[in-house]
Design a protein around this ligand. Sequence first.
Ligand code: GTP
Ligand code: GTP
Ligand code: MG
Ligand code: MG
Lengths: 280, 297
Amino acid sequence: VTGRGRIDDELFEEFEAALLAADVSVTTTDKILDDLREAVRLERLPDAKAVRERLRQSLTEALGEAGDTRLKVAPSGPSLYLMVGVNGVGKTTTLGKMAYRATHTDGKKVMLVAGDTFRAAAADQLAIWAQRAGCDFIRQQERSDPAAVVFDAIQAAKARDIDLILVDTAGRLHNKANLMEELRKIGRVCERELGRKPDEVLLALDATTGQNAVRQAQEFIGAVGVTGIALAKLDGTARGGIVITLREELGVPVKIVGVGEQPADIRPFVPQVFIEALLD
Amino acid sequence: SLAEKLQAAFDKLRGNVKLTEADIDVALKEVRTALLEADVNFRVVKDFVGRVKERALGESVLEGLNPGQQVIKFVYDEMLALLSGDAENPGQASALNFAPKPPTVIMLCGLQGAGKTTLAGKLAKLLTKQGKTPVLVACDIQRPAAVKQLQIVGEQVKTPVFAVPGGDPVRIARDAVEWAEANKADVVILDTAGRLHIDGDLMTQLQGIKSATHPHEILLVLDAMTGQDAVTVAKEFDSAIDVTGFVLTKVDGDTRGGAAISVRSVVGKPIKFVGVGEKMDALEPFYPDRMASRILG
Ligand SMILES: Nc1nc2c(ncn2[C@@H]2O[C@H](COP(=O)(O)OP(=O)(O)OP(=O)(O)O)[C@@H](O)[C@H]2O)c(=O)[nH]1
Ligand SMILES: Nc1nc2c(ncn2[C@@H]2O[C@H](COP(=O)(O)OP(=O)(O)OP(=O)(O)O)[C@@H](O)[C@H]2O)c(=O)[nH]1
Ligand SMILES: [Mg+2]
Ligand SMILES: [Mg+2]
C-alpha cells in the first residue's frame, strides 16, 4: 500500500463524477476516460496519484495551446471586438470590464458601442460602464437599427483615432432566426467598414450553462464566426466544463474569464488554473 | 430521440414476454445518457434510473408494446410524477399563493441574469389582467441602470414602480409594503439583485428582505439552460429563505431543461411558471407533461 491509492473502478467513477458535475459532456467524459485507461496501460502508470496527474495533463492539453488565449490586435487602425451571446450571460458587464482594463491598464483609447438597441435600459447600463472606464461611448435612440449604430461608431472611431472598438449586442436566443439574421447583418457591416472581419468575435457564455452551450456555439459560429469565448460568472460554484467540449469539437478557445461584477473581476484564461478548479 | 434509441436497442428482443434485468440495464444506459445530455443532475439521474429499474423489473410487457416502448413509458410516467409532484390537480401547483388580507408580497430571487426583472414585469401584467393592482419594487440598487430598467418595464405594463435612489434594499422593501397598504396596491412584487448562493452578505440581505416583508411567495428564478449547478443553487437558496416555488426562464430556447427535474426532485417545491420570451406577455403556467416530453427529446 503506497498511500497514493489503487487504480481501480472506484477511482474512475470518482473521475467521471467530477467531470459530469463540472458540465463536461457525456461524450467528452467517456472519451477522456477511455484515453486515460489506455494511458494507464501504455505508460504503466503506477498509482492513483499518477493517474490523477495524467488526467489533469490531458484536460489541460484539450483546452488548446497557450497562444490561443490572446486577444487579437489589428496591425493598423482601430481593432474591433464584437460581443455576442444569448440573454443575460454577461456580455455588457464583460465588455465594460474589458473597456476599463484597456483604458486604465493598457492605456488604449477605447470606444464602447451600445449595439443593444432593444432591451430596457441596455444603453444606460453600458453608459455607466463607459463612465467607469473613462472611455468614449456611442449610443443612438432605442429601437434604432443596431447595424446602423455600429456603422456610425466605426466612422467615429476612425475619425477620433480610437485604438479599440468594443461592440455590445442584444442578448438573443440562437434558435430565433430573425435575431440571428440581425446579427449576420451587424457582422457584415463590421466587415465592410473595417475591410476585414472583426478582430475578435467573442461568444459570452454563462459558466452555469449546461449542454446547451454546444448548440449556442454552433449557431453563433454559423452566423457570425466566433474567435473566442468569454466565460462569465466563474466566481460561482459552476465549473464551466462544457468549454472543454467546445474546444475539442468546435475548435473555439476560451480567451477571457469573468469572476465577479466589479471592473477588476476579469482574467485572461489560464487552462492550468481552470482545470485545477474543475477537478477540485 | 431517446424513444428511437431505445427502439433500436430493443429491436433484437421482439417477442419477449418479460423484461429481463439484462434487457433493462441496456435500456437504462441509454436513458442515463439522454438525461445527462438534457442537463439533469447526475446524482438525480442515478436515483431516477434506480427507481425506473425497480418498476421495470418483473413487469410483463404490456399488450402491444415492445420492451423499448415499455421502458419509455416507465421513464415518462416517473418523470411526469416527479415534475407534477404527484399533485391531484397538476394545474393547481402553478397557482400563486395570495394573502388572506392584502397586500400579497411576492419576492423574486436568483442568480445574476436569470430573468428576474423581466419576470417582475410579466407577473405585474398577468396580475393586472386578473383584476389585481400590483406595484413593482426596485430592490436592486447595485446593478448599473437596474432601477431604470424596472421603471421602463413598469411603464410597459402600466404598473407603478416603487424606487428609492441610494436606498438600502431591506428598507426599500419594507417601505414599499407600507406604501402598498396606504395606496391600496394589493400585490407587492419585489425585484431583487442577482446574487450568488455562496455570497454570504447578499444571502443575509435576502433573508433581511424576507423578514421585513413576510412574502407569501418566494420564487427562485432559474435559467432553463442551467446545467449541473442547478441543484446546488436551488438547495442553497431554499435553505437560506425557504422558497415557495420556481420559475424557469428562457424556455423559448432549445435547451432540454433537465434542471427542472433536478430542482423539483431535490428541493420538492413546485415549478409555477415558465418564461417563454422577452416580451411582457411571454409567461405561461408550468405544464409537467410538456416539460417531460421536452426533456426526453
Ligand atoms: N458574479 C458574477 N456576475 C456577473 C459576471 N458577469 C456578469 N455578471 C452579472 O450578470 C448579470 C447579467 O449581466 P449582463 O452584462 O447584463 O448580461 P448580458 O449578457 O449583457 O445580458 P442581456 O444584454 O440582457 O442579454 C448582471 O447582474 C451582471 O452583474 C461575473 O463574472 N460574475
Ligand atoms: N428569450 C427570453 N429571454 C428572456 C426571458 N426572460 C428574461 N429574458 C432576457 O434575459 C435577459 C436578462 O433578464 P433580466 O430580467 O435583466 O435578468 P435579471 O435576473 O433581472 O438579471 P440581474 O438583475 O442582473 O440578476 C434579458 O435580455 C431579458 O430580456 C425569457 O423567458 N425568454
Ligand atoms: Mg447586455
Ligand atoms: Mg434584474
